[in-house]
Design a protein around this ligand. Structure first.
Ligand SMILES: [Zn+2]
Length: 420
């Protein structure tokens, strides 16, 4: 599988200038190549052939554009090849009914990254200051440079780093991502029903699982307030002035912090579930979204669910865990014990079955149903009847989002002894 972990860079002033110079040189090259590309008639070859024909002119180009000699060759090639990526992305958008024009030249604010392929870079994980690593790049504005990088987690086992991309965020911070290929661990074939979990993704709580954990949503109210304040302040400043630019950066920083917090929370949750269990079951979100109400809360929640679902899938591949979608229709109404359906508006938080008397938290009941449907889909043998019968816990375990963020685990009981 392909995997691109991302790390923060801590360049010196001089290195930062060199990266900015390189980014802008590569941007100009991209714009130049795009102009040349647009002169080629469409019937002159496939998209790839036409873009590659521009790429082939790079050596000659260096004769009248000496700055290009200060940039590593694959970085230049990747910049030209980006035309192909961007055009095929435009094509996909068009195919999906979006109104898109043709490819435009890039302003400095729109061109934020450059990429080394195969060679020209090296990662030294030990020699940097304060336990940091060093990213060694050849020909970064003409010189080999060693940029400190914070490796806050290990790179997964891999044979080779295929590509290295450096990107400057709107906040001004630089990041590096390493594109690597790893061998995915095999997913277990014989699955014990005990080692599976059903997740009910909700509007009020983020997750309620079939083992009784209820994970709350991340509280971002402080950040939201701060964002509104900074945005108000931005609107009072004169557009384009120095103050305005400074304030714009501050707004971008708050945005970035909020988005990082959300990502971190979801990754930790997904890591927990895919390492703790052999199989994780979630509802098919395409259908679930249409079933849930009310409308406004739902749209917002749905974006978060989709994102989490993709992150879950990714961690499932990485950790050798099945991530399986199940049909969401009726998971809330159906009794996990006897399958009889009862209507339940959103404000009814308890499942109390008029037929068999089974009583449990509404979302927990749904999680049980999801787990059961997952068993059926994967063909897991479960001799002991319904999940509700085999469950031993009696009370929901409330887990705060900050708990997940701090310890990476929603298990209050486990971590109390393990001291994580
Ligand atoms: Zn029942």
């Amino acid at each position: 599988m392909k995997y691109s972990p991302r790390f923060r860079l801590f360049p010196t002033e001089e290195q930062r200038d060199a990266m900015d110079w390189q980014r802008d040189t590569v941007r100009q090259l991209y714009n130049h190549a795009l102009r040349e590309f647009n002169k080629i008639p469409e019937d002159a070859g496939t998209l790839r052939q036409r873009v590659w024909s521009i790429r082939d002119t790079l050596p000659a180009l260096k004769d009248w554009w000496p700055d290009l000699n200060k940039v590593y060759s694959t970085v230049l090639q990747k910049a030209v090849e980006r035309i192909r990526d961007n055009i095929s992305n435009l094509g996909k958008l068009k195919a999906n009914g979006y109104d898109v024009g043709s490819l435009n030249w890039k302003k400095p604010s729109e061109y934020r990254s450059f990429t080394y392929r195969q060679s020209g870079f090296e990662l030294d994980t030990k020699s940097g200051p304060n336990g940091r690593g060093l990213l060694i790049l050849k020909k970064l504005n003409g010189k080999t440079r060693e940029i400190p990088v914070r490796l806050h987690r290990d790179l997964p086992a891999h044979e080779q780093i295929k590509e290295v991309t450096l990107k400057k965020e709107a906040t001004g911070a630089w990041y590096v991502s390493f594109c690597i290929k790893t061998d995915a661990p095999p997913k277990p074939e014989d699955i014990d029903s005990e080692n599976t979990v059903g997740l009910d993704l909700g509007v009020l709580n983020f997750v309620h699982d079939s083992d009784g954990r209820s994970v709350q949503r991340l509280d971002l109210s402080d950040d939201r307030e701060r964002l509104e304040r900074e945005q108000r302040s931005l609107s009072r400043k004169q557009h384009g002035s120095n103050n305005w630019e400074q304030q714009r950066q501050r707004v971008a920083e708050v945005h970035a912090r909020m988005s990082n917090k959300k990502q971190d929370f979801k990754h930790k949750l997904a890591h927990f579930y895919t390492t703790e269990y052999d199989a994780v079951f979630v509802e098919n979100l395409n259908v679930k979204g249409m079933l849930e109400s009310p409308q406004n809360a739902r749209n917002k929640a749905e974006v978060g669910w989709r994102d989490f679902r993709m992150i879950l899938e990714h961690h499932g591949e990485k950790n050798g865990c099945h991530v399986v979608e199940v049909e969401p229709r009726g998971t809330t109404k159906e009794c996990a014990e006897c399958s009889v359906e009862t209507q339940k508006p959103l404000w009814v938080r308890e499942h109390s079955c008029p037929s068999c008397g089974f009583e449990v938290d509404r979302d927990w009941n749904a999680a049980f149903n999801i787990q059961q449907r997952g068993w059926n889909r994967l063909g897991v043998v479960h001799s002991e009847g319904t999940p509700a019968e085999t469950a031993t816990a009696t009370d929901t375990l409330e887990v705060s989002a900050s708990r997940v963020v701090e310890t990476g685990s929603p298990c209050l009981n486990e971590s109390a002894t393990a001291g994580e």
